[in-house]
Each structure stands twice: as C-alpha cells, then as structure tokens.
Design a protein around this ligand. Sequence first.
Ligand code: ME8
Length: 723
Amino acid sequence: MSGKGKFYITTAIDYPNSKPHLGHAYEKTVADCLARWHRLKGEDVFFLTGTDEHGKKIEDAAEKAGKEPKPFVDAQVKYFKELCAKWGISYDNFIRTTDGKHEMICQTIFQRVLEKGDIYLGEYEGLYCNGCERFYLEKELDSGLCPVHMTRPALLKEESYFFKMNNYASKWLEFVEKNPGFIFPLQRRQEIINRVQEGLRDLSVSRTSFHWGIPLKNNPQHVIYVWFDALLNYLSGIDYSSEKSKKFWPADMHVIGKDILWFHSVIWPIMLFSAGIEPPKKIFVHGFINDAYGEKMSKSTGNVIDPVQLVEKYGADSARYYLLREIPMGEDGNFSVAAMVERHNSELANSLGNLLQRTLTLTETRLDGTVPKAKTSEALAKQLNLEKIGSFMEKLEVHNALAEIFSFVTACNRFVNEKEPWKLKGKALEETLYSLLDSLRIIAILVSPFMPGSAEKISAQLNVPLGSLNDAKFNLLKAGTKIGKKEILFQKLEAPKEEVREGKARSIRVSIAPQLKELDLKLAVAVIENVRVKKKHEGLDKKAREAVKAISLKEIEKSPVIRGYLELYDALKVKHGKHAVANLVEISAQSGKLPTINTVVDSYNLVSIKKALIVGAHDLDKVSGNVKVKLADGSELYIPLGQSEAMEVPKGEYVFADDKVVLCRMDVKQGEHTKVTNETKNVFLYVQGNKYTPQKYIDDALEEICGNIVKYCGGSWRKVKVE
Ligand code: ME8
C-alpha cells in the first residue's frame, strides 16, 4: 500500500431468484473497472458485491422450485459467483444477506433506530409488488399495474413497524445541498430532491405475512423489510464496527442501476442518519442494458443473453471492452453480439492485437528477441495523454478514458506504418522497436482495469511485471529483457448472423468523423420499424398544404439554420447552389403544396420546411452494415436518384456512407438504391444540424418527424446514438 488513501466501492446485491443476467454483469464490470483503477493508483481498495437473499420474491421462487428458501439460495448463489469468476470481477468480499454476521448487524441497527424513537408499531394497508418488494400508491401505478413489472400488486393489510423518514427530510436536503456530487450523474439529482421536498411518508419496515427474512429481536413475529435488510449489507460486508469498517466506512461509491436510486439516495442515508452513522459519499447510477432493439431483456420476450455463456464463447475481455467502450456512463445501452464482435475485430484484434504481434515478431526476428538499449521516441510518447485518461476516470467517463487509451494504440500503429521498421537497421531499428515495446508495456497497465486478462497476457509476452500507474512512464523497460512466448492476443471472431425478428429493424451504428464534429456538424438519428408506406394520405396532404402556406421563402433564406449549413460548406470549400431546404420551399410555393412522394417522405418534408432542417431517409434493409459520416476523398461512388450509373462524389463534400457505398451526399442528394419506396419496411432517418442549431432543436425535430411517420405509416421508432 502506498498510503494514498482508501477506496470502498460496492455494487447492488442481486436477487438470486433466477440466474444472473447481462445487466448484473454490466454493473459488476463497471464497479470492477473502477476498483481496479483505484488499485492501480496505489489506493487501498475494498470491493464488495453479493446477493440479496430474503423477502417474498425469493420465498416464492424457492417454493416454485420445490425447495426450502435456504437450500434454494445456496444453489442459486453459485451462478452469481460463477459470473464473477468468468467476468474477472475482483471482489474482496461476496456478501450474502443470509450470513449470520449480516443478520446480527441488521438486528442491532434496527434495534438502535427503534430505541431512538424513529420506528413505531402500526398497521399497514397497501398495494404491494413482490417483484419490486415495495408498496405502491394508487397514483404510482400504470393502469393499476406495477410500472416496472406490469403485474397487479396485491392488497396487503398487516401489522407493521414504521420508520419515520420525514424526521430526517430537512437533514437530507441539507446534506445533498452540501454534497452536490452525492447523486451522479447530476441530471438524476433534481428529480429526487423534488420528491423529498414534497415530504416523506413513513416507511413500513417489517412484515408478518411471510417468514423468509431476519426476525426482529424484540418481536420475532416480524421479519425485517427486505430493503432495510439489504442496504445494511454495505456495513456488514466490511464487518461493521471492526477495525476494517472504521478504515473503509463511509463507502466512497455505491454503483447501482437507475431503478433502485430512491432506496440508495434517500432511504439509505436516512437510515444511517437515524443510526448515527455517516452516509456514503456517492451513489453512481448506471443505465440499463437493453437488447439490440433497445428493448428490455426479459424471459417473456425471449431476448435474454446469458452472460456466462456469452464470455465462454467470446471471451470476458471482449464483452467487458464492448460494454465499457460502447455505453456512455449513466446512459442506457443496447447490446448485440454482432456489434460486440465488430468492435472486437476492428479495435481489439486489428488494432491492439496486431500492434503486439507486429512488434514482437520484429523484435524476435530482427533483435533476437531482446529489448535493445534505446529510448522511446519523444514524438510517440507525446501522443499518450495520461492526464486526460486520469481525468476521464475521475469524472467517471469510463468510455472516454478507454477511447483515449485506444487513440494511443492507434498512434503506435501509425508510428509502425510511418517508420516501416522492417526496412530499418541499427540504431533506427532499435529506437523504433524499443519505443513500441515500451509503449505496449504502458498500454498493458492502462488497459488492465478494463481488460485484466489481456493486460496480463501483454505483460507476459513482454516478460515484464504488469506494474501500477507509477510505472506508466516511458523508458522504464529494461534493455536486455528477453521477450516471452508469443501468443495471439485476440483471435478474429466470426460475426453471428444478424437476427432480425419479425417486424423488427436491425440495430445500426452511426458515427461522425472527428473533422466534421469539429465543424459542428450534428445529427439526430432514428430507426422507424414496421412502417406501411402508402402513396398518399389525405390528412397528411392537408397538413402539408397548411405548412407550405405558413412558410415564406424569404424567411427560410434568412434563417440562421440555413446559414449554418452554408457556412459549413464554405468551411469545407465545396461548391453549393441554392440550399436544399430553400429549394424545397420554392418548389412547394409554386404549386401550393409539397411534392407528393410517399407518406414517409411527405411526413418528414413537412418538418424539414417548417424548421429549415435537412432530413435524410433510407430504406434500412438496403443499407449494408453501419453508417459513417465522413469527408469524401473524391473516389467515392454513388448512384443519383432515378439513375443506374454510378458517379463520383466531388472531393471535400461530406457523405453518408454504409460499409459499401455512399447513401447520400451532404445536402441530401439521395442515392437511388436506398431510397424509401412503397416496399420499405424499416427506415433509417437523420436530421442534420450545424453550429446554429442546439442539439435539442434537432432532437425535437426528430421526435416530431418520427411522430408524423408513425401517425401516418404505423410502426414504431427508436432513437439511435451517434458516436
Ligand atoms: O434490485 N441493465 O436486485 P436486482 C443494467 N436486490 N443493470 C440492471 C439491469 C439491466 N438490464 N437490470 C437490473 C435489486 N440491473 C436489489 C438490490 S442493493 C442493497 C439491493 C441492476 O437483482 C439493478 O439496477 O433486481 C441493480 O442495481 C442490480 O442490477 C441488481 O438488481
């Protein structure tokens, strides 16, 4: 230990009523990555995870399985431990709420709060959802159903102990004001504050209608409410009141999902206030993992991915890399094996794996497998921005930290291509290979929180110990080191056949080239699935006529939105004539109506002229792979509307290209082969913005357009993230 301080991090404890799912694996991976990062910094880390084993939900699941609750959970917990082992989750303790020590600590704290006068005995009548293990008010239900599980809560009436939460509402508000980072990300904070400001209801904290729980010391008819019991795992997991707990409490971070924020950010600190214990420092809320279509994974939909089988087949580091790189922290993310395999092949196998392979092969063949005496190229070393990586990690922007590390991997590959070491000799060869070996040593350290297995493999092949963040400095690789045995780091993976379910559009990724982002090109993108395109629609025609009447060409031409596009074209030094939107308005003004194409195109043209925005749409099923918005180098081909001959796109324009061809040019010179026709089932649509359009302006436009399309053509839509 370096004496740099402690870091106590926890995950939620999972209900073991069924096998673990990908959401559980994601949460543990996020927490594990942070735990490993803090260990790398030399901090004394304690990482706790575990299972939440009491309550009605577990009792019911055990009964269904024909077992007593304890043997049932004993068997189930094995799956959660297996998950941790397979995913490389480096916990320091795995707490089970059926552990005797935990039960004792719960009873003690409950008693303490009772004696303080914050708990009283009463009677409760209310609607209880077993899935959530909580009561609901009528107004909180969705057509009488639990909003999470879509099941009807049961009406329960029983004697219960109540916790007077409102005694601590103002203390809580003060605490949160003093600790603005307590709930992270920030946007979740205000909503919780508003709810607390409305006042807090007394919380029922014991149950008598079933027995699978921790009995109260003073009244064993009652078992402790499962959430009161579960939250205390964060204290019992470090042996509350031991030396260890004195050192590690308060917890630095509870990593949880968005559905249980209320319990962690309000109930938990208030329990601690009452018990006279310091509250934790931060509640870090991650988003949910959905399936490739953005739908919740559930057994009934049949879209559940078994996290253990997944890593057995594809490897833990690929899955960890994908989840940590793909999903901006705090946001929901879609998971598809195809997208994971794509990242694995391009970023892990081609980029990192290839760099290691090339460097080791050259060292072996040209330098007899021995690290030469040389120094790392300063130009290359400058490409690694450790400060930026560290700052992303501190801000909990784990995806950005990983992207920054990989931009150094790219820089190393560029260095190889520029230096062409296979052509070099003597000092030049030695300096080049030393630079690469030394950089790989540092890369291994930096990727170790994200991909611990691969980091170990890189170090072993370099034949150096992995080291800590202190060792992530250049020129520490010792000359004379004999490199280890070579081994392929990432085997290329076969992409599974994209599974397209009936009436469902496949998932698609969209990225904008950095140069275009710098010029403030913005996008809002959606997929609309299962549309029924018609030639025309009376209601739509009427709306279009009204829209045309309301618009003036002069105003459109003066609009800052249009100016933004034209300035963008000027910055790219490309020729442009009348703007596409102005063109559309002009044509429409002449005939008094928008040109009728089909109900999808008409639906978006309507918003396009109203908001002066460029909108493009394609038949998603004719788009190959993913879409990149990039600068044309003059060699790209596209087929203009109504033609069959391909022509070249002028250099300097930007284009929307799929994996094979250009779909359309910058001001929506739509290509022929992906245009939306009456046969189209699924649509890929985007709204282009520029420096004069706040993201919200184009997001709102997207929402309006998709609303129109669904109204006139049916189907449903979902937003697509832009990278
Ligand atoms: O809530 N994506 O247990 P749990 C990401 N026992 N995370 C998800 C997810 C998804 N699709 N589905 C669930 C409980 N989670 C309680 C916790 S803590 C004192 C008690 C997350 O098994 C969820 O948000 O239902 C939670 O953080 C964790 O998985 C365990 O969920």
